[in-house]
Design a protein around this ligand. Structure first.
Ligand SMILES: [Zn+2]
Length: 72
């Protein structure tokens, strides 16, 4: 039972680190939906409102400015 108890404590610690720590450190931030949290975008799709007829955007995500997270 000694080993089982140690494993249970380890699991609890891991759960706390994964789910609680980011909330304490990051505040009210969510993963950017435009770049999916990568901070980089590579977009190209037809867009009649653009001069070229296509929406094209590459590089740093303008929504989160490359951080991958946006404040709510
Ligand atoms: Zn982004």
């Amino acid at each position: 039972m000694e080993a089982f108890g140690g494993l249970a404590v380890a699991v609890v610690v891991i759960v706390v680190m994964v789910f609680v720590a980011p909330r304490l450190m990051g505040g009210n931030t969510i993963t950017c939906t435009r770049c999916d949290g990568t901070g980089q975008i590579n977009e190209r799709w037809p867009d009649p409102s653009e001069v070229s007829g296509f929406h094209v955007a590459k590089g740093v995500c303008p929504k989160c400015k490359g951080k991958g997270k946006v404040k709510t």
